[in-house]
Design a protein around this ligand. Structure first.
Ligand SMILES: *[C@@H]1O[C@H](CO)[C@@H](O)[C@H](O)[C@H]1NC(C)=O
Ligand SMILES: *[C@@H]1O[C@H](CO)[C@@H](O)[C@H](O)[C@H]1NC(C)=O
Ligand SMILES: *[C@@H]1O[C@H](CO)[C@@H](O)[C@H](O)[C@H]1NC(C)=O
Ligand SMILES: *[C@@H]1O[C@H](CO)[C@@H](O)[C@H](O)[C@H]1NC(C)=O
Length: 216
């Protein structure tokens, strides 16, 4: 499961926001899968994990304005704007990385890796430190809108699309050939025309969570 931000830019107030990258910390929730002896959650709790993480846990990134990381807790309590969720570009990932603990829900998960877009704008998943080498440099193969019942997120904008990614043939991937992004919560951008903020030319960052399924 990933928790982080989707980055957008707006050319002007009548443009459509363009997705220019994402940053997320990944946790291994395999032991929480329903039916797993001793550690498995109920199906309902597992399906709601992305919402639980989005609302009940702070964004595990170094943000330029760290107070914005949260936890957000409720829609009514969200006071920050999209531009205030930007990460520190030079060092977005806290070091050392830490495991996930949502104490109120008794949920823990091991740190798995990082998700980011590389300098060629390729969606990248670096699981190498925790898995002995797994790495994925991908490209989008397919997408589908999130279900209408999906968690619309902190700005009530919507959950980002569900995606299939394949290897991008740059020779960077190791041990991973497909990644699916599903059960998304939040992450879609506000319209560039939303008043009260000058969005033109700014990085706009929208908190999101998702399940990522890795296939070797
Ligand atoms: C706004 O940006 C879009 C996308 O770059 C461009 O097509 C459009 O002409 C721009 N509109 C104005 C009013 O500048
Ligand atoms: C899912 O998690 C969110 C955030 O913690 C919570 O508000 C909501 O009630 C949960 N939904 C279900 C069906 O458990
Ligand atoms: C947005 O995402 C890109 C791609 O991962 C990252 O390089 C950049 O630092 C992020 N920018 C902000 C302002 O969060
Ligand atoms: C939390 O999970 C641990 C490990 O599964 C379990 O031993 C403990 O009883 C749980 N506590 C609560 C309050 O559910």
């Amino acid at each position: 499961m990933g928790h982080g931000i989707q980055n957008y830019t707006c050319a002007n107030t009548s443009a459509t926001a363009v997705n220019v990258g994402a940053l997320a910390v990944l946790y291994d929730v395999t032991p929480l899968y329903p039916g797993t002896a001793d550690t498995g959650l109920s199906a309902d709790a597992f399906d709601n994990l992305t919402s639980t993480l989005l609302w009940d846990h702070a964004i595990p990134l170094n943000l330029a304005q760290q107070q914005a990381a949260g936890p957000a807790l409720s829609r009514a309590a969200v006071t920050y704007t999209e531009s205030q969720y930007q990460a520190v570009a030079a060092s977005p990932f806290p070091s050392p990385a830490t495991d996930l603990a949502i104490t109120t829900q008794n949920i823990t998960a091991k740190y798995l890796g990082h998700h980011y877009f590389d300098s060629s704008s390729a969606p990248t998943f670096d699981l190498s430190a925790s898995t002995g080498g797994l790495f994925f440099s991908g490209a989008k193969i397919g997408d589908v809108k999130a279900p209408t019942a999906a968690d619309k997120g902190l700005f009530e904008t919507n959950a980002v699309d569900w995606l299939e990614l394949g290897d991008n043939s740059r020779g960077l991937s190791n041990g991973v050939v497909n990644v699916y992004r599903v059960v998304t919560a939040g992450g879609a951008a506000e319209a560039c025309s939303v008043s009260g903020a000058n969005k033109a030319g700014e990085y706009l960052s929208v908190p999101y969570t998702a399940q990522y399924w890795f296939y070797g």
